[in-house]
Design a protein around this ligand. Sequence first.
Ligand SMILES: NC(=O)c1ccc[n+]([C@@H]2O[C@H](COP(=O)([O-])OP(=O)(O)OC[C@H]3O[C@@H](n4cnc5c(N)ncnc54)[C@H](OP(=O)(O)O)[C@@H]3O)[C@@H](O)[C@H]2O)c1
Length: 328
Amino acid sequence: MLGQVSNCSDGDLPRDTASPCLMNHHPTTSHGPPFTYRLPAADDFRRFLGVASTDKAPPIAAAAATWGRLPPLFSAAAMATELMRAVQYDGYGGGAAALKNGGGLAEYAVGDVKLSAHRPPEVSAAEGAGIPTAGLTALYGFNSVGIKFDGTDKLANILITAASGGIGHYAVQLAKLAGFHVTATCGARNLELVKSLGAEEVLDYKTPEGAGLKSPSGRKYDVVINCAKGIPWSVLKPNLSSRGKVVDIAPTAWDAMTAAVLKTTFSKKRRFPAILAPNQKNLEFMVGLAQEGKLRTVVDSRFPLDKAEDAFSKIMEGHATGKIIVEM
Ligand SMILES: NC(=O)c1ccc[n+]([C@@H]2O[C@H](COP(=O)([O-])OP(=O)(O)OC[C@H]3O[C@@H](n4cnc5c(N)ncnc54)[C@H](OP(=O)(O)O)[C@@H]3O)[C@@H](O)[C@H]2O)c1
């Protein structure tokens, strides 16, 4: 998945255009509402709306653009709605075309400031761009089976599949930070990288041991963060400890059905589909780790905005090592 970081407001109320802020988002054109937010300077704003003056803009947005700040008593969320209305106005297309499709590849877009976090200078835009979707999904996967990273988690054996991917490489680092024993799977070319992220045991998924998810030290897994697609329950189940849980990050309908059926049986081994529900607390937690140098984003490749299509094609091939970044 793609990510991006925009300059935007610092805190709840936008104040200027220069404060960097990492925004939580769904980054492709077909995944929900637009997500980045900033209050543009008057000139930028007029350019954004594609009009010579702010006369034609919705009144509050026009006032904000003219003053260069929010009208008194006007909340950031209301401003966001107003900007949204502005870009949906006929004739105000300009650079905002992607917004209508809920896209992330726009210089200006509108999102929920409650799902944003300040991006500190220690976290580069490219590094930070991976966190809102891939990083948060990794954290959410752990949260969904009760792992909180608050110092109360019991030590566990963890398996992370597709550990070289966007989500997997964050999951390995999180598991290591919590002190878990980490076994991971990835392709042969990434074995050393995944080890360097903190995995004790790394398996090439194209070998029989890797395909069988067998821990070289004979461990059974308490939790599997399953970022790979299509691993059957018959392969996962024998590798689990007696109460082992599988978190399916890329669940198929069949996986979801297995999960539902398991709930109705006496099986203590379970699987859980996990689809990201982002929240600000988690975003701040992850950004904080990055700021402290405890979490790194492996960048597979970078593309300029006008080559975004190539970036998407590369993502769809499913062979990224870490994150693919589109730079604005
Ligand atoms: N649950 C959610 O909310 C959520 C959110 C975002 C994305 N997703 C989904 O989560 C999945 C993972 O996304 P991602 O961005 O992390 O993937 P990704 O970056 O595309 O993963 C690619 C990496 O995984 C490796 N890999 C592929 N198949 C593997 C296997 N069977 N075993 C071990 N390694 C394997 C590849 O290695 P080679 O190149 O060597 O083959 C490559 O390095 C995707 O299906 C995505 O759509 C879910």
